[in-house]
Design a protein around this ligand. Structure first.
Ligand SMILES: Cc1cc2nc3c(=O)[nH]c(=O)nc-3n(C[C@H](O)[C@H](O)[C@H](O)COP(=O)(O)O)c2cc1C
Length: 407
């Protein structure tokens, strides 16, 4: 242990298998999700939230949660059912705020509150769509009025008065950072925590530093503030490594796409289960609707076809790749949307069309560790209990085994 997390010396339980090395072939050695029962519904074992918290970190202390586990805010995919399931299992579920009007956000927050009394959060991407900014002062005021426990920002820095006003209302403010420079700017705003987004991470990502290296770099900056690790964390081993290298918690995206509660198209979930380490890549191909950011996505047909010539893709395509609903379940937001070619909208259960033409944010490093679609609560418990077992005997955690991004 490097001494940056406290209270992790829990009584060792058994290792769930022979001593595992760092590679993917050892994934099953430390309690990663249950075997895939192909063709059968996922098993639903009881979720036991232990009385005695065995993975105390700054995060669990700060938020009063059982596990240092946060599910990433994922626009369109991380809706109230996923948030509720993660928070109820003892982690922190983050709502992925899409570029949607503030009253829709209020409805989502109220739906979460109706499902759990435990801490949760809202994640905002700070970007600009053709119709205007994704996130406005009205969204922030909504979070303040609804007393949201955690608000996280990604991609750009929030205005200083947003941070100040959220914090004054008792909300913890976190920023996702993929470099030391950006992290320093975020810290200068007075944020309550950072998420180290390594280059393995899915979705909007300008990172060039692998996750564990970035965790160590940011650990040296943040002092006593909580630091989360994001990118390639999808089982007990990868979670244990992140904690061992100085993170106070994990921020998990791709693994949660392949959860029962994620609002992702079943074909997308299956591709994440089937995908492997080399099946993701960076692209700027997607987003006639907005800025065409650098994203890590699953390498489906359209990504392969346009690799290396993304800049030549038409910015105003007139052909369509399918239809979807932008804000399902909300009156006034449920209209059918025709997706232009290279649409930035991820396929959900409402989407019709060819998924090989669509954006499927996913991390290869994470997909290599995912074997089946499982209930979100089961994922939380299995990853955290697996990490706990490994941290009690941290022999193989030191090596930067996953630092060679394999995509
Ligand atoms: C489907 C999907 C959608 C995402 N959308 C968002 C988002 O709306 N806001 C955000 O801050 N990050 C988003 N991310 C990125 C995550 O915050 C996080 O950095 C990443 O998922 C971590 O890497 P992992 O996927 O290997 O766990 C998204 C990730 C995925 C997989």
């Amino acid at each position: 242990m490097n001494g940056t997390n406290d209270g992790r010396a829990a009584p060792p339980s058994h290792r769930a298998g022979p001593s595992g090395g760092p590679g993917d072939s050892e994934l099953d050695d430390e309690g990663s999700p249950a075997e895939s029962d192909e063709g059968r519904a996922p098993r639903r074992p009881p979720i036991h939230v232990l009385e005695d918290n065995t993975l105390h970190t700054r995060l669990t202390r700060d938020l009063g949660v059982h596990y240092p586990f946060v599910s990433a805010g994922m626009a369109f995919v991380a809706l109230p059912p996923l948030v509720i399931a993660v928070s109820e299992a003892g982690g922190i579920g983050m709502l992925g705020s899409a570029p949607e009007p503030a009253p829709f956000l209020r409805s989502r927050i109220q739906a979460i509150r109706a499902g759990t009394q435990r801490p949760f959060g809202v994640d905002f991407i700070l970007d600009r769509a053709r119709a205007g900014d994704f996130t406005t002062r009205e969204h922030i005021d909504t979070c303040i009025a609804e007393r949201v426990p955690v608000v996280a920002f990604h991609w750009a820095l929030p205005p200083a008065d947003w941070v100040k006003d959220l914090r004054a209302a008792g909300t913890k403010v976190w920023v996702q950072a993929s470099s030391v420079e950006f992290a320093k700017e975020a810290l200068a705003l007075g944020v309550d925590g950072l998420i180290a987004q390594g280059r393995q991470a899915a979705g909007y990502n300008r990172g060039t530093t692998p996750t564990l290296k970035l965790v160590r770099e940011l650990r040296a900056l943040v002092g006593e503030l909580p630091l989360l690790a994001a990118g390639g964390i999808a089982d007990g081993l990868s979670a244990a490594r992140a904690l061992f290298h100085g993170a106070d918690g994990v921020w998990v995206g791709t693994r949660m796409v392949a959860s029962v509660e994620a609002y992702a198209h079943p074909g997308y979930k299956q591709r994440v289960v089937d995908g492997d380490a080399r099946d993701s890549d960076f692209t700027t191909l997607f987003g006639p609707e907005w800025s065409g950011p650098r994203q890590r996505v699953l390498r489906n047909r359209v990504v392969r076809e346009w690799a290396g010539r993304e800049a030549r893709a038409p910015t105003n395509p007139t052909d369509s790749i399918g239809t979807t609903r932008l804000y399902p379940g909300l009156s006034g937001g449920d209209a059918l949307y025709t997706m232009p070619r290279f649409s930035a909208f991820v396929p959900t259960p409402d989407t019709q069309g060819d998924l090989e033409e669509m954006v499927l944010p996913a991390s290869g490093s994470s997909m290599a560790r995912i074997e089946s679609v499982l209930p979100a609560g089961q994922i939380v418990v299995e990853m955290m209990e697996g990490a706990h077992r490994l941290l009690a005997n941290p022999y193989e955690l030191e090596a930067d085994a996953d630092e060679n991004d394999r995509s």
